[in-house]
Design a protein around this ligand. Structure first.
Ligand SMILES: Cc1cc2nc3c(=O)[nH]c(=O)nc-3n(C[C@H](O)[C@H](O)[C@H](O)COP(=O)(O)OP(=O)(O)OC[C@H]3O[C@@H](n4cnc5c(N)ncnc54)[C@H](O)[C@@H]3O)c2cc1C
Length: 556
């Protein structure tokens, strides 16, 4: 069982049947126009597939038949090639919405077994085709762009027919699954066995196990369940040099752990066909609640104290002042006004939270005893840092709508607005400077490149925190350039480039969980340094001597 791709949009987020019905939409557009200091927002609809330009496939009938004989279904329809032409980055959406589908994959192979993956890759090498692995296609860094490199065409290998849960080891609390299984199907199967992986990225519904590993992703409960590199025990890959299965010991001193080379490899070394990963008993208790702080700084100190005190939290999500204000205002605008808001405002004012504030959602999961302990300790530490508990309902609304946010991007792009996100991570000592530098870089760049000097909006939060540091996640909106696709690309490059330079200059990583893809290639080389890039190149040359695996990604 897998998702029926015909129910998904090819150039926008999610299910085709989803209706983004904004209550009071007129108020929303007026609020955004005012915040951005721009005029009335224009209508900027995306082109349809019929209006788009799809290059002809370079593969002959015989080439396609060979992939079929290797055990793959093969897709070459315009719908299939358009769906696989890009991922979900802002840069990808600019192309898709403008109807620019060049480059496009020449064909899509859907292997039905790990052996068929191996045969397909060997066939691609013989045919001189680049291979681009494709899971859910939700990459936001250009990870699935069908680049040929020095090869004659691109075969995209879509893994979603590899979707079985292979084994659950209840004693070791490990499971093994095929790489193309989508998040909800994987969790449902694990839950039926009484366990959970607990990996819930915002893209959970439309992304796959293999994509999570390949991009080194993080779920919203990463504090408890870990990032992909933490829960990945071992992987099986189909490479141009043959099948590679990494070691699966719980710990070993027999040299470096090579499984770590697979997490974050973005398809450049081989196609992950199976992954073995740590699972947990399904939580029997959960507690998610919200706190307010007077400033981001105060909230950050609380988050740091909670993780450094080793409280067993599942999730700590702290919004900065602008994000707290923006989503609060949006929620009040798009929902009918309630008399209760006045009472709430008066109470907050009375408690000293009438002005700028930051919201923290803190969650714990496990058994009742663990959750009770975590809840008490979180409240205690939050209180000592000036935080005030505001109950469970803001946290419940966040949990309820946590996969819904991405549906907002397309209607905003339909009204002349650009919306993008980026993320980084740094040591706690570097976080204040990094936050200020990236935020200023984004706001300055947006101001510089928006039509008529309109403003941009920059929102930030911390959603993954560690003993020694945290990630920072930025969402930014700006009025899109007029003048066509090239002008829009240049505008985005200026904004993204300024933020990425600020990250590099302030001891942040170019990506905490989205990966490098094509968008971060330039900064990846600067971050790793020439020696490390040579090591990665040597590794790639060993497994992929002719460089067919996902050319142009990771800066390789
Ligand atoms: C709205 C939105 C929200 C998101 N939220 C999060 C989030 O909360 N956390 C997070 O970590 N990420 C997030 N992402 C980014 C994205 O969902 C992740 O990178 C995800 O892990 C990609 O999975 P996928 O199956 O869609 O992979 P794809 O997009 O198909 O591929 C991602 C990369 O991995 C490679 N790849 C895919 N499958 C394989 C395989 N089997 N073997 C080898 N290489 C492979 C691809 O070639 C590509 O380079 C978000 C994206 C969007 C659009």
């Amino acid at each position: 069982m897998t998702l029926d791709r015909s129910t998904l949009r090819w150039n926008a987020w999610g299910f085709a049947g989803h209706q983004e019905g904004f209550a009071r939409a007129d108020k929303l557009w007026a609020f955004l126009a005012d915040a951005l200091k721009t005029g009335a927002l224009p209508q900027t609809p995306a082109k349809t597939l019929a209006e788009s330009t799809l290059p002809s496939s370079r593969l002959a009938f015989g080439d396609l038949a060979a992939f079929q004989e290797a055990g793959c279904e093969v897709g070459v329809s315009p719908e299939d090639r358009a769906f696989h032409a890009r991922g979900d980055s802002y840069r990808d959406l600019l192309d898709l919405r403008a109807g620019k589908l060049d480059p496009a994959p020449d064909a899509i192979a859907y292997p039905k077994s790990a052996e068929a993956c191996q045969r397909a890759i060997e066939l691609a090498a013989r045919m001189d085709l680049a291979v681009v692995p494709f899971g859910g296609g939700t990459s936001v860094v250009g990870g699935v762009t069908p680049l040929t490199g020095s090869h004659r065409g691109v075969i995209m290998i879509d893994t979603t027919k590899l979707n079985a849960l292979i084994a659950v080891d209840r004693t070791s609390l490990r499971a093994t699954a095929e790489a193309g299984i989508y998040g909800p199907f994987l969790e449902a199967k694990l839950n039926a066995e009484g366990v959970t992986l607990g990996h819930y990225p915002q893209s959970f519904e439309f992304s796959t196990l293999g994509g999570w590993v390949a991009a080194r992703g993080a779920g919203q409960q990463s504090n408890r369940y870990g990032k992909a590199e933490d829960w990945l025990v071992s992987a099986k890959l189909a490479t141009p040099k043959g099948t590679w299965r990494t070691e699966d010991f719980p710990a070993s001193a027999a040299g470096p752990r090579l499984t770590d080379l697979v997490a974050g490899s973005e398809g450049t070394l081989g196609l992950i066909t199976e992954a073995t990963f740590a699972v947990h008993e399904r939580p029997t208790a959960r507690d998610y609640r919200a706190f307010l702080f007077h400033s981001f700084e105060e909230g950050r100190a609380a988050v740091r104290a909670i993780v450094q005190a080793e409280i067993p939290v599942a999730s700590l999500r702290l919004s900065d002042e602008d994000e707290t204000h923006f989503f609060g205002a949006l929620s009040r605008l798009t929902n009918p006004p309630k008399a209760m808001h006045k009472v709430q405002d008066a109470y907050l004012k009375l408690r000293g939270f009438g002005g700028a504030k930051c919201a923290l959602i803190a969650g714990a999961e496990g058994d009742a005893e663990l959750v009770a302990y975590a809840r008490t300790r979180i409240a205690d530490i939050a209180g000592k840092h000036g935080g005030m508990g505001v109950g469970t309902s803001p946290a419940k609304s966040w949990l309820k709508g946590r996969f819904h946010g991405p549906y907002l991007r397309d209607p905003l792009m339909d009204r002349g607005l650009g919306v993008d996100t980026l993320e980084t991570a740094a040591a706690w000592a570097d976080i204040p400077k990094l936050y200020t530098a990236v935020r200023s870089a984004l706001l300055d760049a947006m101001k510089r490149v928006t039509p008529n000097g309109a403003n941009g909006i920059c929102l930030a939060h911390i959603s993954h925190s560690y003993h020694d540091g945290a990630s920072l996640y930025f969402t930014y909106l700006w009025p899109r350039a007029t003048g066509g696709l090239q002008a829009e690309i240049a505008q985005w490059e200026a904004i993204k480039g300024a933020a990425s330079d600020a990250i590099a200059a302030n001891r942040g990583t170019i990506s905490h969980h989205h990966g490098a893809g094509t968008d971060h290639a330039k900064w990846m080389a600067a971050e790793k340094g020439p020696e490390a890039m040579n090591v990665l190149r040597a590794l790639k040359a060993e497994l992929d001597p002719t460089g067919i695996m996902n050319p142009g990604k990771l800066g390789l």
